[in-house]
Write a protein that binds this ligand. Structure first.
Ligand SMILES: O=C(O)[C@H](O)[C@@H](O)[C@H](O)[C@H](O)COP(=O)(O)O
Length: 261
């Protein structure tokens, strides 16, 4: 369906990608601030936090380009069931790569880590995280799904995103906002993740995928799709999805709608 296809922006390398990613995030931030005076984002782990830091910690080019971190609320698109200072923790990763490097003058985001009291019970860990989302997004009203202003995601070489893995029954979850997974094929096995309906309900969704290691799966995601989690997001969210890649990751990929920045 033309016009409903995801956008794909390909760059020579991460250095060229970062400023464009920043512009996209700033546009989303400014729209979020206009809408509700806050910017609600969810982030993944992997290589994303490092790229985000490169994009967001650069000097603003204009007043509209300022990152208003004090208005940001950062949630985790997925998180591993480990302590917050563990080497596998996505919180620890974003803290080290980005949060600790934000100059005091820019203010600090409000960050929503998992509650480590529940590490031994992943269902409870997910339920408690969902409770935090309900408090933040629903504010006493009944809402079917939270609407993030922006999701910042990666794609695994198997086509997974968040902790939604190919062929996993979790892809069929329709009720929960946050779900546990105990058998993640990528270690560590115990995690929590936003569910597919929450991901596809966001105002905007960004994937950052770089390196030749993503080439084959990108062909599949933008080709047959094959029910891969990233393809399901593309299909459900259409042009609300934007892919930021380097050329190596999209070599040979046939994409319907290529954006130019
Ligand atoms: O917890 C995780 O496993 C990550 O959040 C995961 O979803 C990541 O985003 C992808 O695996 C892409 O990773 P890279 O960016 O490192 O390729």
């Amino acid at each position: 369906m033309p016009g409903k296809q995801p956008n794909l922006f390909a760059f020579s390398d991460v250095n060229a990608l970062a400023p464009a990613l920043r512009s996209h995030i700033v546009t989303s931030q400014n729209a979020g601030l206009l809408r509700h005076d806050v910017f609600k984002v969810a982030v993944s782990g992997g290589s994303l936090p490092k790229t985000l830091a490169q994009a967001l910690l650069a000097e603003p080019r204009s007043e509209e380009d300022v990152i208003k971190f004090d208005k940001w609320e950062i949630f985790f698109a997925d998180e591993r069931a480990v302590p917050l200072d563990h080497e596998d923790s996505n919180y620890a990763l974003i803290k080290k790569e980005l949060l600790d490097k934000i100059p005091a003058s820019l203010g600090q985001p409000k960050v929503y880590p998992i509650n480590v009291e529940y590490l031994n019970d992943t269902q409870e860990l997910a339920d408690q995280y969902e409770k935090q989302l309900v408090e933040s997004f629903a504010k006493g009203d009944s809402v079917r799904l939270p609407i993030f202003d922006l999701l910042l995601l990666g794609s695994g070489p198997d086509g997974h995103t968040c902790s939604l893995f190919p062929g996993h029954p979790l892809l069929r979850e329709t009720d929960a906002w946050v779900a546990p997974i105990e058998d993640s094929p990528k270690p560590p096995p115990k995690r929590i993740t936003l569910t597919l309906p929450v991901v596809t309900h966001a105002v905007r969704i960004v994937f950052v995928a770089t390196g030749a290691g993503k080439k084959e799966i990108m062909k599949e995601i933008f080709g047959a799709g094959n029910g891969l989690p990233c393809a399901l997001v593309n299909e459900a969210a259409g042009d609300r999805v934007s892919w930021f890649t380097d050329n190596a990751a999209v070599e040979g990929v046939q994409f319907p709608r290529r954006g130019f920045l």
